[in-house]
Design a binder for this molecule. Structure first.
Ligand code: IPE
Ligand code: IPE
Ligand code: MG
Length: 242
């Protein structure tokens, strides 16, 4: 891969298509989730090796609790095992792991693992892996507004101090904006993911299901990202002479 490529600082991935990947192979949905989790284990390490500073992944949305008890339970078990595995691998690489989302109604066993991993990796410096579990972008905004209102009420913050930086620092984690947002499986929607942080992200929608989103597929995403012209509401770079 061309070494002159610009590497996005913050990459976000909606890990979608585990179920359809399994169905296409005559496997169960659980097997699809397992394959997705295995894939993320190696892929996350690769993405940090490429120079990405922050990687956010959408592992479970607030809305995913609408799924069958069986599927939700399977995923919760997978999280307890899988997160431990990620932390083992990434801790060695000096990557900090954080979680975004509401705690309620996640089972205690999952919360315990999340808290332990957060604590174990808190001093790591090479990058941040933000795992979004029981996450909803609209709820994140509601929760931030509540926290800010509470601080104002307790005289810890004044109205004039509220700006984009203050708002961002009241998100579940104080992260930089997303540069590249990838959703696998050929679906073209955000499904409530990082609504605030994705404001000027470049979007990329590969057709492959997440378990088949390999390191080579990630390289393709970076190449595509390098073809984009990010203007942030301004004018095209080569048009700025007058
Ligand atoms: C994404 O795969 C994983 C989670 C939402 C937990 P899906 O389970 O949504 O897979 P599809 O979209 O049904 O194929
Ligand atoms: C989004 O995928 C959530 C995650 C990948 C965790 P979904 O499969 O739940 O989204 P919809 O229902 O297709 O919008
Ligand atoms: Mg899906």
């Amino acid at each position: 891969m061309n070494n002159n490529l610009v590497i996005p600082n913050h990459v976000a991935i909606i890990l979608d298509g585990n179920g359809r990947w399994a169905q296409a192979k005559g496997k169960t949905r659980s097997e699809g989730h397992y394959a997705g989790f295995n894939n993320l284990d190696k892929l996350s390490e690769y993405i940090f090796e490429k120079g990405v500073q922050v990687l956010s992944v959408y592992a479970f949305s607030t809305e995913n609790f609408k799924r069958t008890k069986e599927e939700v339970n399977y995923l919760m078990d997978l999280f307890t095992e899988g997160f431990k595995r990620y932390s083992k691998r990434l801790n060695k690489k000096d990557i900090r792991i954080v979680f975004s989302g509401r705690r309620e109604p996640l089972p205690n066993k999952v919360l315990k693992i999340m808290d332990k991993i957060t604590e174990d990796t808190t001093n790591n410096k090479k990058g941040i892996f933000n795992i979004c579990v029981n996450y909803g972008g609209q709820y994140e905004l509601v929760d931030a507004v509540k926290e800010i209102a509470n601080k104002i009420q307790n005289n810890q913050l004044t109205l004039n101090e509220i700006d984009l930086i203050t708002l961002n620092s009241h998100m579940y984690n104080n992260l930089p904006p997303v540069d590249l947002m990838i959703r696998t499986s050929g679906e073209y929607r955000l499904s409530n993911f990082l609504l605030f942080q994705n404001a000027y992200a470049e979007f990329y929608f590969p057709d492959v299901y997440f378990p088949a989103f390999t390191t080579e597929e990630f390289d393709k995403a970076i190449i595509e990202y390098n073809k984009r012209d990010r203007r942030y509401g301004g004018i095209k770079n080569d048009n700025q002479s007058n």
